[in-house]
Design a protein around this ligand. Structure first.
Ligand SMILES: N[C@@H](CCC(=O)N[C@@H](CS)C(=O)NCC(=O)O)C(=O)O
Length: 379
């Protein structure tokens, strides 16, 4: 499947003739075995000769259109792509197979084997989690290593990892969904319905994670420190309602806003995504920015802001402005998984220049001299 994704992504699918193999029959013929002695698929015939082993085929396909850099541009980058391909093939795939085979009745379920396989998956996921905390993809931009990972991990996310386990590796999950939702990936692999509970293999009794029930004492709800600040004279909800009272926004919003806003009760900030060079397409940027905004759910009561993605393919930038209740970056924002990927700086809106920056981020088609591709609101 990763080879099909790579062929589609590199735009070379038309150069390849795809042949359906009747397993157990076509792959057992002397002609097939002469070219592909393992009798396994995928198998590729090229004008220069046959190739077996999926990662070698993957490499050949990326060579048909090097402009996409799907294997990496330099010798070093190519080695790093190979490193992650080997990691997926050796440190993850064998364990996934051990988990997958009983589901398809190819082997019988064995508790000890299953436990060992899960331990292997968790070990690989822990390494990936550390790497993906600060990296969007495995090797800089999208490479075939990412295709190898999603095709192997799909079964884990749809059958094995319950939502509690998924949440233990938030960066891996974010990464998996980002790659899996790339149009060319989804087209080949199909939509991924991430499972909530572990699905049982035939013969397996799934033990649901224990939910620890809190003792039944009526606890006083802990007050958010932001709710203990001196009351604000303006409510963010009203500001949001007024700004969006017309579509796409109220053109007469700002004069009144600057006159009446509660500058003591709130603070203004700029924020900038620090790794826009990883965005090789605008939909990659959209995925990341929209994902960030949805992860900001807990901040909504105390914030109002916007992020825009601007510029052209190859040199995107992503930044915006935001208002927080109080004088600091609120804790709810600092708790967002990818908070560290954004640089926040105070914005002084007591000056005309500061006000202009804020207004421009909210309303203009060109911000900082770059055309706005799209905006995502934190409202
Ligand atoms: N290491 C090989 C594994 C390929 C493989 O296991 N292919 C399976 C299908 S997914 C196969 O062709 N099995 C046929 C058989 O063993 O008879 C690769 O990555 O290409």
């Amino acid at each position: 499947m990763k080879c099909l994704i790579a062929a589609q992504y590199a735009g070379v699918a038309e150069q390849i003739e795809f042949v359906n193999v009747q397993m157990g029959v076509d792959n057992r013929t002397p002609e097939f075995l002469a070219k592909f002695p393992l009798g396994k698929v995928p198998a590729l015939e090229t004008p220069e000769g046959p190739i077996f082993e999926s990662d070698a085929i993957l490499r050949y396909i990326t060579g048909l259109n090097t402009s996409k850099n799907l294997f990496g541009a330099t010798g070093y980058q190519q080695a790093v792509t190979q490193q992650w391909l080997d990691f997926v093939a050796n440190e993850l795939e064998p364990f996934v197979l051990m988990l997958l085979l009983p589901h398809f009745n190819i082997t019988t379920f064995n508790e000890a084997v299953y436990t060992k396989a899960k331990e292997g998956v968790f070990k690989a996921f822990a390494i990936l989690e550390t790497h993906l905390k600060t990296n969007t993809f495995l090797n800089g931009n999208l490479t075939v290593a990412d295709f190898a990972f999603v095709t192997v991990a799909k079964f884990l996310y749809t059958h094995i990892l319950n939502s509690v386990v998924q949440a233990e590796y938030p960066s891996v999950k974010r990464y998996f969904l980002t790659v899996a939702n790339q149009p060319w990936v989804a087209k080949v692999m199909g939509a991924v319905a991430v499972t909530v509970d572990e699905k049982a293999a035939p013969g397996q009794k799934v033990v649901k994670p224990k939910v620890v029930v809190a003792p039944k004492v009526v606890e006083e709800k802990k007050k958010n420190p932001l709710d203990l600040l001196p009351p604000a004279t303006v409510r963010l909800d009203d500001v949001k309602r007024s700004f969006f009272s017309e579509r796409p926004f109220n053109p007469n919003f700002f004069p009144g806003f600057w006159e009446t806003f509660d500058f003591e009760g709130y603070s203004f900030w700029t924020l900038e995504y620090m790794y826009p060079e990883d965005w090789d397409h605008d939909y990659v940027a959209d995925n990341l920015v929209s994902g960030f905004i949805s992860r900001c759910e807990a901040t909504r009561k105390y914030s109002f802001g916007v992020l825009s993605v601007r510029g052209e393919e190859g040199k995107f930038s992503g930044s915006g402005v935001i208002i927080f209740r109080g004088k600091d970056i609120i804790d709810e924002m600092k708790d967002v998984t990818d908070y560290d990927e954004y640089k926040f700086a105070p914005l002084d809106v007591s000056t005309a220049e500061g006000k202009k920056i804020f207004e421009s981020n909210f309303c203009d088609n060109v911000v900082n001299g770059e055309e706005v591709k799209f905006r995502r609101w934190l409202k």
